[in-house]
Design a protein around this ligand. Sequence first.
Ligand code: PA5
Length: 510
Amino acid sequence: MNNTRAEEQQMLEISAPNNTILRQQSAGQHPGRWEPDESFVRDNRLELDLTYIVNESGHGVFISRAELEALAPQVIEHHRQLKRGEGDCRDGKVPMLGWQSLPDEITPEHLDDVRAAADRLADKIDAFVSLGIGGSYLGLAATVKALTHTYYNQLSRTQRGDRPEIYFLGQNTDPDYFRDTLDMLQGKRIGINVISKSGTTTETAIAFRILRRLLEEYEGERAGEFIVATTDKARGALRTLAGQKGYRSFVVPDDIGGRFSVLTDVGLFGLAMAGINIHEFVAGFRQMKQRTDGDTFWSNPAMVHAAVRYLAHQKGKKVEVVATNSLAVYEITRWMEQLFPESEGHHGYGMWVSPSMYSEKLHANGQMVQDGERNILETFLRLVESDNTVAIPGDPDDLDGLNYLTDAGRDMNFVNRLVIDGPAYAHFNGGTPNMTINLPRRNAFAVGQLYYLMERSVALSGYLAGHNPFIQPGVEAYKKAMFALAGKPGREQDGRAIAESIDALERTII
Ligand code: PA5
């Protein structure tokens, strides 16, 4: 059979190398120092598009420029306070603002050390298991997923850029998930990084106990060589254990809370383990720091982003659907699901963040976004350029009527842009204002910019709402109840009181 030129082209695309794998391989081989040049910065600039939310024409004003400008002085004042270390930013006595200046403070030497430590462990193991929950898990896991192949662990080691398989445990207590993961580790040489700032988080501690036992069975007295602990520099059970057993350890800085810690060693060691260029990641943070340091409202995307969300909340938007067109980037929307609610959900205030993968969710809660209760703000996290192209083949019969796409030279990437453009327009017209964050590519520089922008925005958001965004007493409340119910020594009395108050409840079970 004779193939048309277009068909030949399509076949070539399918057999072409996967660019995600090429990136992994090259990052694995060239882990070193990296500074972006001007054209790279220009091509990989994160953008905030507010067309469908700050709009005074067409379908009615949702947020006007005048409203934003009226709020701007307050936002600028909070921005200055944060930079000066003032305002409600303390956890105990410590101002939790170390993340603000961190991008400029991390030295290339430190990054080289982290990478070298990761390389030494990577060379000895088949599988790396990162243990942690919340801020000690989500940023790292999201970045690994965003920048690596969907089926990373199933690729060959060469395809992974000579890096080990990567697993995450401790982020839940589901025994089946745990057991299934242990099955995957059978017969493999494993390395662990146990990450817990407090060193007392139950989920992480249980996971660590089990993995440590496994390692001791496999490696005997050498088990400690395969364990890294990332925790407080002086306090906590994990620090004590690391000291006693001589584990290689990293420090979670005092003045940086979990959800702001992805640029500390909490994130960096695991990223280096996955072969991700951490110099490039830091450069992305640094770039966004420069863009958001100034106090001219319209030139500072963090101030504008925070002000838009604040006004949307004032106008009744209580749910933020954060939708993306990339499964890799979807994991970052889950990081945002932690960063915003954990920082904003205080004293009856806050917006519920709902991560969504489009198209999938357009065929589910998309109905609600278009036409349900008008309490939704939508934020698109659009991946502008996917790693790969996938052609849509022509068909002589054209029974599905798709040849118009093929004939116009359209590929799946074109359609994947429309799953943002279409809903953005339709939802705006249906009364759901939306904004788009354009993430140019799946690279560490772009992701770093996004993280820093979101961190600065949520800090401003807490200040605008009048509460401390750097603490999470609500999370501590569940931890206390769990300790008490588990019968933890010292908490027996609380446990009895909770059990009694549960017993006293009228039961409705049908
Ligand atoms: O953002 C936070 O501070 C939390 O989500 C913590 O990261 C999470 O509770 C895990 O705490 P730890 O690192 O102390 O185990």
